[in-house]
Design a protein around this ligand. Sequence first.
Ligand code: GDP
Ligand code: MN
Length: 394
Amino acid sequence: MKLLEHQAKAQFRRAGIECPMGRVARSPEEAERACSELGPVVVKVQVPIGGRGKAGGVKVARSPEEARAVARELLAMEIRGYSVPAVLCEELLEIGQELYLGVTLDRDRRKLVVMLSFAGGMEIEEVAERTPERIAKLWPDPFSGPHPFEIRQLTLNALASARGAQVLTRAQLLSHLVPLVQRLYQLCQELDATLCEINPLVITKQGLVVAGDGKVEIDQNAEFRHHELARELGEDAAAASSGEDELEVEARRRQLTYVHLGGDIGVIGNGAGLVMNTLDLVKQQGGEPANFLDIGGGAKAEVVRNALEMVLLDPRVKGIFVNIFGGITRGDEVAKGLIEARDQLQITVPLVVRMTGTREEEGRLLLEAAGITPAVSAPAAARRVVEMVAEAGR
Ligand code: GDP
Ligand code: MN
């Protein structure tokens, strides 16, 4: 789950991290009102992607009229495939320096890593690539969190590659950054986030340190621990999660283990290993799998129907290959689910079924009686579905 900037900043504020005053606006009039309350503002599209500045989604407005015009323009924009349901109007900062501060999951070290750089702002990706030494890193002990002395060291390391004049003295910097890094780190842990990022972390000409931007991504596997947050996000959560594949969102709702792959042959199997193997078989026969879908062990007819329905939601699917190895999964249950689904959903695309193992015979008889011929071997079934799809395409 990716939070939008204003949602991320709400979390920052809760954690005691300074953010500019702002209002979310869903119409030009709301933006106009926000500007008359806040004075000169920066108006920012609220879409779940980075690089909004470069894409023209961040604009300055110095008067309420200008804010209205700018918001009208931004709300009508499409940014990399996203429409813009809302903009964030924030008091305009007089930027002295732009730092980068991020906490993210380092999977290799199995820890959160804190990253700090004085080369923050819109070019941070380039900095990471060309001059990675300008980003200082710290891997705190997850139980104690970052100690003040570690954060001071991190800051000094980052400062060593800073360029240009500093707005703050070294002592001022340290006294701002120590609590800030601790709060961001703790927030990241609390939210089960894989990323909590502030870029730019602005040091204003007046010497204030504020979060100019906010990015928070919550680990999908931990979302069940943040129902509260998801509910609080309400309608915006839908917009935020639209960064994900729509089919995969739907599959999660249906409690199915599904990965959208983009081809035209739907694949359903039981057991992750078998499904991966089935994808390979389809590939070997020159086909393109549309998805990975594992119905797991012991699936009942209802789950099979649910899975077929799911695969068919993908408009690109031109054929379906069901590969079942019956251990605790029973062939007759699977057959019942398939027949039920075919009849209810009026499936028109070719359906190829390969089934072995527990209650194979019973399943086979059911399928044959319903006019579905089960294939004998998995490679043969893969060949058949690829051929049938190719033929249908001709
Ligand atoms: P991103 O491009 O999606 O990361 O969006 P950001 O929120 O980081 O904004 C992009 C850039 O806009 C920042 O790096 C700043 O240079 C600029 N910007 C954002 N807010 C302000 C502001 O209040 N005042 C000024 N002068 N510039 C801002
Ligand atoms: Mn940014």
